[in-house]
Design a protein around this ligand. Structure first.
Ligand code: ATP
Ligand code: SKM
Ligand code: MG
Length: 178
């Protein structure tokens, strides 16, 4: 179980573009550290009772972003420590970033565009990447050039296995909560 020094962050929050490995790494980290992994996208689907593409199609992105902010705030308010895999766009609201920094150790995962494209190609669960995946990824990456820079810890996952990424974060976490 995790123990906490006074004032130490309660949660580990993973941010990053789609396909950088937040969901995968969160599950590995949870096993390693011994706490719950929560995937915000899955939590939103559970709360609304529909999958992400349907929520985007039927309610629109603005609705999705409102629910995303509510889910994030609820998870961060929990007394129980967790590893939170955020959705790729959860950082688009400054208020979300401020909350993450206040309540968690925020880690940004990055990867070279070609690797992101290879990892997300063929996955129909990402409504913002439908159509020409390469074009969509490059456009969104340009729009979000600085969106993940607020995280104090940045890990380039391009040449790392997901387990190696989890190991790096676990090491940093142990040093932080000691
Ligand atoms: N370090 C890595 N090296 C190679 N492949 C990886 C790595 N991390 C994750 N992957 C693979 O990339 C794909 C996307 O990973 P994952 O779903 O964890 O990304 P994500 O950041 O949660 O994306 P999203 O924001 O869309 O939820 C998966 O197929 C996963 O197995
Ligand atoms: O980057 C984004 O804006 C998104 C990423 C996914 O995790 C989902 O939250 C959704 O597909 C939107
Ligand atoms: Mg994910």
């Amino acid at each position: 179980m995790m123990t906490h020094a006074f004032g130490a962050p309660r949660h580990i929050v993973l941010v990053g573009f789609m396909g950088t490995g937040k969901s995968t790494v969160s599950r590995l980290l949870a096993e390693q550290i011994g706490c719950l992994a929560v995937d915000m996208d899955a939590e939103i689907e559970r709360r609304i009772g529909r999958d992400i593409p349907s929520i985007f199609a039927q309610e629109g992105e603005a609705f999705f972003r409102r629910v995303e902010s509510e889910v994030l705030a609820a998870l961060l308010a929990s007394e129980d420590s967790s590893i939170i895999a955020t959705g790729g766009g959860a950082v688009l609201a400054q208020s979300n970033c401020d909350l993450m920094l206040k309540q968690g150790m925020v880690v940004a995962l990055t990867a070279q565009p070609e690797h992101i494209i290879a990892r997300v190609r063929g996955d129909e669960n990402r409504p913002l990447l439908q159509g020409d995946v390469e074009e969509r990824v490059n456009k969104l990456l340009a729009d979000r050039k600085h969106a993940y820079a607020f995280a104090p810890l940045q890990i380039d996952t391009t040449a790392l296995e997901a387990q190696a990424v989890a190991d790096l974060i676990a090491e940093q976490w142990k040093a932080t909560v000691r």
